[in-house]
Design a protein around this ligand. Structure first.
Ligand code: HEM
Length: 210
């Protein structure tokens, strides 16, 4: 569907009295959070069956109970993460929201906002607009999830996705890329939750739109 300028505005930039985040975005954000939880917790269980490094994740914080169960969770969560992610990106591109909310972005702007944030001087007066650090963090996590999906495809069907496998440097390298992207995603979520705790109003807006 091609969005006209009017329909774009209605979807991406609601009038000042409309919801801070459109309903479709809120639904997709929470579906994504569920999918990420399922993927990470079951992924840790799968990792434990054949650890890459000299440690295992405590069984109590993993999902699936055993390798077979964890794989079932991982494959179920994968479809949700993939379908929801593709729809999220398509909606953001089609409505123009991607450019409006996450750009412009500059190294200078990120440095200025980061330094203001660290000094406790970064205003969060307008919940409709993301500061430069948020823009960078959200674009980063979108790219990180894309890397997780691509490297996951290689681990899942390494024979069929042989070109992707070779691009990532082989099966073992794809495992390391998948692990590193998971660690970065977990780091993002930790910082994300700390930021949300600092501005609880933003959580209400992501739940009920205002
Ligand atoms: C678990 C994985 C998660 C990921 C990958 C994630 C990712 C994101 C992204 C990309 C955005 C920007 C969305 C947009 O405008 O298009 C966002 C916004 C937001 N997220 Fe998450 N999120 C996650 C979990 C959570 C959780 C668990 C919470 C709360 C408990 C949360 C609360 C929020 C809030 C409040 C905003 C809006 C921030 C603001 O207006 O300043 N997120 N998240």
């Amino acid at each position: 569907m091609l969005a006209t300028p009017d329909s774009r505005d209605a979807l991406a930039a609601p009038p000042a009295r409309g919801p801070v985040h459109p309903g479709w975005l809120r639904a997709m954000h929470w579906l994504n959070a569920v999918a990420v939880f399922v993927m990470v917790a079951s992924g840790w269980r799968i990792y434990n069956a054949s650890p890459l490094f000299d440690f295992a994740f405590p069984a109590g914080i993993t999902l699936g109970g055993w390798l077979g169960g964890a794989l079932q969770w991982h494959f179920a969560g994968m479809w949700l993460l993939f379908a929801n992610g593709v729809l999220y990106l398509a909606m953001n591109v089609a409505t123009g929201r991607l450019w409006r909310k996450f750009f412009p972005l500059s190294a200078r702007g990120v440095a200025a906002d980061l330094s203001a944030a660290l000094r406790g001087r970064l205003a969060h007066a307008d919940p409709r607009s993301y500061n430069q650090v948020q823009r960078l963090a959200y674009l980063f996590v979108m790219a990180d999830i894309a890397v997780l999906v691509v490297s996951g495809l290689v681990l899942w069907k390494s024979v069929q996705f042989d070109l992707l496998r070779e691009l990532l440097g082989g099966y073992e390298a794809a495992r390391r890329v998948h692990f590193a992207a998971m660690a970065l995603l977990v780091a993002f979520v930790a910082v994300h939750l700390a930021m949300v705790a600092l501005v609880p109003r933003s959580l209400l807006a992501m739940i009920r739109g205002k």
